[in-house]
Write a protein of this length. Structure first.
Length: 244
């Protein structure tokens, strides 16, 4: 059991730091994955960004995903072809279902990201982080979308997940790092002592704090290298850099 999401992120970061990763980029799945990913990014000294995914539910069964929209430049739609065929959905029906979910994806994109564009992941080791994976549906969609963006490798990183879900994700990703795989997986919150619901403002605050923390670490590193108060130390700190 983890104390909270931050505790899980620290432990996950320690495990990931043992790997030899080429130019790692950490992508958090909001909302719950953000506090975990913040700590992972700190441990790896890696850029942190969000990967916003919106599920497209089946007719009459919104919890069953027929597709998902993944934010990006450009955004992408990933179909769950088995479910599409089960419901005999043609292109027009899919277009209507997808169109219904786009406004919420856009709202979250603006709320979380503002005018900032997603980080480039081409040729880099991408680490997708969430606070757990029960069925792994969202994570699978994220993996499939990211494969189209030419990363060097994709690593799934979660604190806790059922054994069968880890096995499924291992078939999709290059690597899976999961700290706990309980034989009897209950609701995700049972594996944390403190597991509050997070709001949009919590996501924005966590991302802003991650940027400030990264800038502070770079500033301290620059001072150690060039001396306190030197012009070189001041110039080494990027201004308004979203990749920090």
């Amino acid at each position: 059991m983890f104390r909270d999401r931050e505790d899980a992120g620290v432990k996950l970061g320690l495990e990931l730091s043992k790997l030899q990763l080429h130019q790692p980029v950490v992508l958090a799945l909001p909302r719950g994955g953000v506090p975990v990913a913040v700590e992972v990014a700190k441990a790896l000294n890696a850029p942190l960004d969000l990967l916003i995914v919106r599920k497209v539910g089946a007719p009459g069964n919104p919890e069953l995903a027929v597709a998902a929209i993944v934010d990006g430049d450009p955004g992408e739609v990933v179909l769950n072809r088995e479910i599409v065929e089960t419901y005999s959905l043609d292109e027009d029906a899919l277009r209507v279902l997808i169109a219904k979910e786009r406004p919420e994806l856009e709202r979250r994109r603006v709320a979380y990201r503002g005018k900032n564009r997603p980080l480039s992941i081409a040729g880099k080791a991408v680490i997708i982080v969430d606070d757990g994976a029960a069925t792994g549906t969202t994570m699978k969609v994220a993996i499939r979308a990211l494969k189209r963006r030419s990363p060097r490798e994709i690593i799934v990183a979660v604190p806790v997940s059922p054994q069968e879900t880890v096995a499924e994700l291992a078939r999709e990703a290059d690597r899976v790092v999961c700290l706990s795989q309980p034989g009897q997986f209950r609701a995700l919150g049972y594996h944390y002592r403190r597991f509050p619901q997070l709001s949009d403002s919590d996501v924005v605050a966590a991302m802003d704090e991650a940027v400030r923390s990264k800038t502070s670490r770079q500033h301290r590193s620059g001072q150690q290298t060039t001396g306190h108060g030197s012009k070189a130390a001041t110039k080494s700190i990027p201004q308004n850099d979203r990749e920090k």
